[in-house]
Design a protein around this ligand. Sequence first.
Ligand SMILES: [Zn+2]
Ligand SMILES: [Zn+2]
Length: 389
Amino acid sequence: MKANCWMGKQKVEVRDVPDPQILNSGDAIVRITSTAICGSDLHLYNGYVKPMKKGDILGHEFMGEVVEVGSGVRTLKVGDRVVVPFTIACGACWQCRHQNWSLCENSNPNVALAEKMLGHSGSAGFGYSHLTGGFAGGQAEYARVPFADVGPLKIENGFSDEQVLFLSDILPTGHMGAEMCDIRPGDTVAVWGCGPVGLFAIMSARLLGAERVIAIDRFEYRLEMARQCGAETLNYETVDSVSDAVIELTAGRGPDSCIDAVGLEAHGDGLEYAVDKAKQALKIENDRPIALRQAITACRNGGTVSVIGVYGGLVDALPMGTVMNRSLTIKSGQCHVHRYMRPLLEHIENGDIDPTVVITHRMKLSDAPRGYDIFLNKQDGCEKVVLST
Ligand SMILES: [Zn+2]
Ligand SMILES: [Zn+2]
């Protein structure tokens, strides 16, 4: 089959690789019809999330048709159309029983590596480095899906791939980011980053009752999309201090909650950005937490900072004194996708959310390298690339 493979820093290649096989009785093989490139794929592409091996198949947002099931699979059959959550979860361990699907204790075969880097391991995931198990991803013609009775969501309403594909990651991730804010009527929520996850966080914050959403980015086309989703916008390149500008927009109090939908490759102006870039180059800091620092500083006393942007390792100059003295709550996590797929499918069916609005580019799987390039460089108004096989 054809698959998009990581071949080194900023190098991906669509290559011929062996078809996946059923390895365990709970596996299914899915023939992929649609897949997408995610902002978090860029962290792999740019070499910030390790370890990767040459030839690893990328992609964790995919859907398609079941073409084979293992002998133990009960709920899926050949011909079923499914969206696959990016996290791989067993459904039986302590964390899965507590609905913390991205923390499954059974799915990651590389626990020792994750424990060394993170203290404990999270769940496995598709196409997301050997830290999360080294599972082949879904930017491919086929994928092996472990625990097939637990993760995949059957699509039986006749909706198009584009309407439901993002249930695999970015829609639940944006939604969890808003949900972690415990939004109350009248609340103001600020969202750093107007990529697809940021846009879904904006839509979800509105859906959950936020009165105002303030969206922060530097690209006008992304800010325009945020306005279409119901946000007020702030182009951070037009202000000296992002935190001050956000505090000013909220009459001096600060937003009730702040969502970091940017993560470890944040950009910024001036000295702070230069220092973080230099530390990354010297390998004394892995992540640039510029958006996170701003979110913490801007948040109102007693507010919540919700972190859904991906971080991989150590950050410097995190304002912990601000967190402690101003009673801030920080919530974070890889999305517990399984929790949100069905309720969000209902929101799509009811017309509350139209996930297709984030799509700007449609390509063939064979064009994946070009897709990575224009997405990374924000060329041609690129917000979200969907690949079809
Ligand atoms: Zn993703
Ligand atoms: Zn589990």
